[in-house]
Design a protein around this ligand. Structure first.
Ligand code: 5GP
Length: 126
């Protein structure tokens, strides 16, 4: 069971236009913007405009149209940033941190797109 949505979270404020963001791409249902504290040369966050907390909430409760839109906007950003595996084999990593053990800082569902340098192994053991 996903946790409750807190409409005071920072991404909700971005969506309401209460704080600025550096938009990369946008559709009616989704928004992509640069992470304020980039961990790689490309670090873009992709969020649904609807109030979803994490991946299991989004998968269970978003419409098929919202899920398709977020997925396709993510692919559009990957292509526009030159990260597609077909270009020069560049590649990228998509991360979605969820809940306590996932160390999710902002409780509005989001995907991190990371790329532009070799990203190392997925996780450290421990
Ligand atoms: P999480 O740990 O929840 O997966 O990641 C949240 C991300 O949001 C972090 O990478 C953090 O740098 C980013 N972030 C936090 N506050 C803001 C903000 O006000 N604007 C932007 N663009 N990114 C933010």
């Amino acid at each position: 069971m996903p946790f409750d949505y807190d409409d005071q979270n920072i991404f909700a404020k971005i969506l309401r236009g209460e704080i600025p963001n550096d938009t990369v791409a946008e559709t009616e249902m989704s928004l992509a913007f640069n992470d304020i504290s980039a961990q790689a040369p490309v670090h873009v966050l992709v969020i649904p405009k609807g109030a979803y907390t994490c991946h299991d909430d989004f998968a269970a409760n978003a419409s098929d149209a919202e899920i398709a839109d977020l997925t396709r906007l993510t692919a559009r950003v990957i292509a526009e940033k030159g990260l597609s595996t077909g270009d020069d084999g560049a590649g990228y990593r998509i991360i979605t941190n969820s809940g306590r053990d996932g160390v999710q800082e902002v409780p509005h569902y989001h995907l991190h797109i990371l790329g532009g340098r070799p990203l190392g192994r997925m996780l450290e053991k421990g």
